[in-house]
Write a protein of this length. Structure first.
Length: 318
């Protein structure tokens, strides 16, 4: 049984990934910061759970002695938090990447998977975005992840560790744990607003474009990358489908009507019926598909799953 360490194991993506990999037969260690989750069904599936700070070298040294086959590194401030003090942001977003690779490469680590972001590409226009596109980072979040990618490239060239980089588009889906901070994500936020308020209020005119991939498909993609023989690769992990925020809101509105029989309004600061751009980018995922990845979740299924989550939660409360 292969041993996998997931940093940020109790986070929004990490908790789901730990559960998925455990169900697929991996011996998973979840590195959790601040506290160990109270969900006994989740905890029982983990091989190990470590409460520790990825910035603490003593924690990393102790973990490295367990001789993991793969480390999946998820810890990062979000794009809002990454606009903070550079020293603090670097201590979370950059230094742990270097520290983990420095320490674990000396203990025979085979594979390191680094979660980067499609934001390293910068502003996207009418184009198909492949992994070969020049990076043009426009914010601190993207900048720190671009530096993380450079660190991975360095260890690909100077060590025996196979470092793979995952440029994630935008994930969504119901959280594994109630405390997971995921309601600022657009699809999650709009579905919750529709369910709790019977309306959708956009923060823009609805024209911004996004590629959303469901959390379970993210997990499937990571497993595919873990199991491929391809080395030192960079992968776009996306659905490959780009929609405007208004188009997403309309899909949510239609699904809400089918489920509950209520017509909800969509309002926006500038016009209620913003027209989607005739030109739109595509975050190409053919490279990760070429090694066996195939998304299982379309947006409609993911939205229905979110409404199922709200119903379950509402039944518990009532």
């Amino acid at each position: 049984m292969k041993k996998v360490l997931v940093t940020g194991g109790s986070g929004y993506i990490g908790a789901r990934l730990c559960l998925h990999l455990s169900n697929e037969g991996y011996a998973v260690t979840a590195l959790c910061h601040s506290h160990i989750p109270s969900d006994e069904s989740w905890v029982s599936k983990m091989d190990r759970i470590v409460d520790g700070d990825v910035r603490d070298e003593s924690v990393l040294l102790e973990l490295a002695e367990y001789r993991y086959d793969t480390v999946v590194h998820l810890v990062s401030l979000d794009h809002h938090q990454s606009n903070g003090n550079p020293a603090m942001v670097s201590s979370v977003n950059i230094t742990p990447v270097w520290s983990i690779l420095d320490i674990f490469s000396k203990q025979g680590l085979s594979k390191f998977i680094y979660f980067s972001t499609a934001q390293t590409y910068g502003v996207l226009k009418d184009e198909t975005v492949t992994e070969e596109r020049r990076l043009n980072t426009q914010n601190a979040y993207g900048l720190t992840h671009q530096i993380g990618e450079v660190i991975c490239d360095y260890y690909n060239r100077t060590s025996a560790v196979d470092c793979s980089v995952v440029r994630l588009s935008n994930s969504y889906g119901a959280p594994i744990f109630e405390e997971n901070n995921c309601w600022w994500l657009v699809v999650n936020d709009l579905c919750r607003m529709a369910y709790t308020q019977n309306e959708i209020v956009l923060q823009s005119d609805g024209s911004p474009l996004r590629d959303f991939i469901h959390g379970w498909d993210v997990c499937k993609g990571i497993q595919t990358i873990m199991e491929t023989e391809e080395k030192h690769a960079v992968y776009n992990l996306s659905s490959g489908i780009t929609r405007s925020i208004m188009e997403i809101a309309v899909i949510i509105k239609n699904i809400f009507f089918k489920r509950y029989g209520n017509v909800i309004n969509i309002t926006a600061p500038v016009g209620k019926n913003a027209s989607p751009s005739s030109s739109r980018y595509k975050i190409d995922n053919s490279k990760v598909r070429s090694i066996g990845f195939e998304p299982d979740w379309d947006l409609e299924a993911g939205i229905n799953d979110l409404f199922d989550y709200f119903e379950r939660k509402n039944n518990i409360i009532n």
